[in-house]
Design a protein. Sequence first.
Length: 170
Amino acid sequence: MYKSYFEISTVKSYERRKNTDSYWHSKSEDFLYSASILWDNLEKGGSWDVYKMLMGLVFELLFKAICVQKETKFDYGHDLRKLAEFAQVELSEEEKDILDILTEYIIWDAKYPVPKKPSKLQKHWQKQHKCLNDVYSEADNLALATYNHKLDWGYLHPFWLRLSESYQFN
């Protein structure tokens, strides 16, 4: 059976987009711009959860762009820690934990009220409590903590800029 020009053209376009790092990087920048707009409008009713999902996608697409550029095989999933490993970018444990939190926003927390299993919710909340709060006082099994702003634009944007240095513009 013969393939139509449209079918051949579609396959070629698919392969070109899949294997061209600049397509992936451009999508990362698109989501970065969208996240910045949401961030700037949070007080006007913008969605904090959707902002975090978009920031997660920003990192996902950056890591995939780096992998495509390096011709490194990678998992097409959303696990940001794993994608960072494929992309061979250096991260601190704190940064890996932040990526774990953003992964959950991509997978479910910005889209659904609960994950598929209660244990996922508990793990997510524990990781957020550990990573996103700085304890300033402890007494008798009570810890007083304050939010450390590690999911805010002022932290995540410079983090993305640093990691994007691993991407070589052609």
